[in-house]
Design a protein around this ligand. Sequence first.
Ligand code: ADP
Ligand code: MG
Length: 188
Amino acid sequence: MTAAASAVEREADRLTELDSAIGDADHGANLKRGFAAVTAVLEKESPTTPGAVLTTAGRQLVSTVGGASGPLYGTLLRRTGKALGDAERVSRATLAEALTAGVAAVAQLGGAQPGDKTMLDALVPAADALATSFAAAREAAEAGALATVPMRARKGRASYLGERSVGHQDPGATSSALLLAALAEVTA
Ligand code: ADP
Ligand code: MG
């Protein structure tokens, strides 16, 4: 979560720029505020298990991030954390299963699926690839984010643009790739 917060802080302007093309130019600011709050709450509450870290972080994202991405990322982290239970240590395989459950919860909440030009285009392949390795998950997320460029948005604010959403990379898929890159970085 610390590495994720740094990545979001570092790339916030780029995320906002992407969101200015097909949204309302707040994605970077939204996540920056959210992950700064996550860092603060984790310092304050010091949860001791991976599952508790994720549920605490997810709860904080829901309460601090306005916009679509707050509830969606909050659900991702809370549901993934819940699936981890109170295990003290978590293997990559267990995390891959938990992340798959978290991603399914995002799909259910937002009613989107891969191909709709959302964060799911990065998250779904990343959760699958995490069964192989952390590096594979990072690469799958990055490829998934790039693959949103030619897509026409069918969910979220970008869908209001119809055909004009084509030719731009989805901000949420891009931030998801950043989060998976942070995970790969700290587990390498
Ligand atoms: P808002 O669209 O409310 O301004 P953000 O700019 O923070 O919120 O986040 C936009 C991102 O949220 C999009 O790029 C997309 O990846 C993601 N998103 C929006 N709607 C959905 C949805 N229904 N399902 C999955 N992801 C979504
Ligand atoms: Mg936005």
